[in-house]
Write a protein that binds this ligand. Sequence first.
Ligand code: ATP
Ligand code: MG
Length: 446
Amino acid sequence: MRLSRYFLPVLKENPAEAQIVSHRYMLRAGMIRQQAAGIYSWLPLGLRVLRRIEQIVHEEQQRAGHIPLLMPTLQPADLWRESGRYDAYGPEMLRLRDRQDRELLYGPTNEEMITDIFRAHVGSYKHLPLTLYHIQWKFRDEMRPRFGVMRGREFLMKDGYNFDVDRDSALHAYNRHMVSYLRTYERMGLTAIPMRAASGPIGGDNTHEFLVLAQTGESEVFFDDRVTALKLGSRAIDYDDRAQVARICEEFTTLYARTDETHDQALFDAEVPAAHRKVARGIEVGQIFYFGTKYSEAMGATVQTADGRSVPVEMGSHGIGVSRLLGAIIEASHDDRGIIWPEGVTPFPVGIVNLKQGDGATDSVCEGLYRALSARGFEPLYDDTEERAGAKFATMDLIGLPWRITVGPKGAARGMVELTSRRSGESEEMTPEAAVTRIAQIYDGV
Ligand code: ATP
Ligand code: MG
């Protein structure tokens, strides 16, 4: 992408309404625009990151054997009357009427609708296990929408629902979700700690929230700090291997880690050596629930078992805050000049800064880099504008591309360019070919 032809409306000034750094940088980097309280347009740069995050979520869900579908944003109220949640949900639910005076709602979540799909099409254990998910916009009329996309009213969520014939299989589905979520967050460069949580309006007794530590987080969290060192890394995972998946969950949930809702100070003191006891704040980027037959009983979703019995199907639901993740990643990865995107989610893998637009040799090195990188699938953002060098660097730093290739007339004359890491600030001089090879190496396996 050539910056001269792109739409990147960066702001020089700090917007007064933004209280936290991620909101400030998302506005300044021209990623989002607020249209109403808690409702945003996604401008091109923001949309690119949102799509990267969605892509990772899709890949990891499908790796775990979960199947995508797409349910609508608007739902009939009658479905929610069946579960009893139409009245129970309260003012967070946006309720509407169509021209025939039929009651609708803008979905805050989809347990009822997915249960309806299931009961219409599946009646036998032979079709289980089944996990269906989608990535769709939700609406919750939050009392205090704030912090940009972190607590929106309209927000993008991945929500998945497992259907199993018995409790053990449903608990395996729960574990599968935990492991696939850990992989998902790790690919985004995040440490998200599974913490024992309380269940709220979804219901159920088995639930974990995934929290990213950040001073601006809305939840208070209590944990053994050794939990932050746990990593999945590149280990091979067989999602059908119940024992392996359960072992990984155990590894990640044995050390004390709880939100304030489930925190038990006496237990914390007894279990965790003082030197490892940490109280901090965190951002909830996902939550998994096992709730058994709560919805299937209320809505008559039954399956035949192998021995011919008819039982309500066992279920759980599992959500990732896709749009909130942008905020969480920025909270976890920035400096005073701007965002520092992890390679996994960056809107462009690399930026090219032309220090002297219009200089024949400089332009031609930049064009060559642009072509070579694009041909290898690493579409760069090429700053081919007439701005002065300082302004170009400031924009690149603000929008946070992890790598920058700088091309100036002196270097170009010697056939050299400079590759700079946004994170470390370190630069290295090399040939344009070497820079392309290095970028390819960096992104290999990301
Ligand atoms: P919270 O406690 O933050 O209000 P929740 O527990 O009600 O969230 P869930 O029903 O668990 O939310 O939804 C799954 C995920 O969707 C959450 O973990 C969070 O990352 C995201 N999410 C929930 N509400 C919002 C919101 N208002 N804006 C952006 N993301 C949200
Ligand atoms: Mg939650």
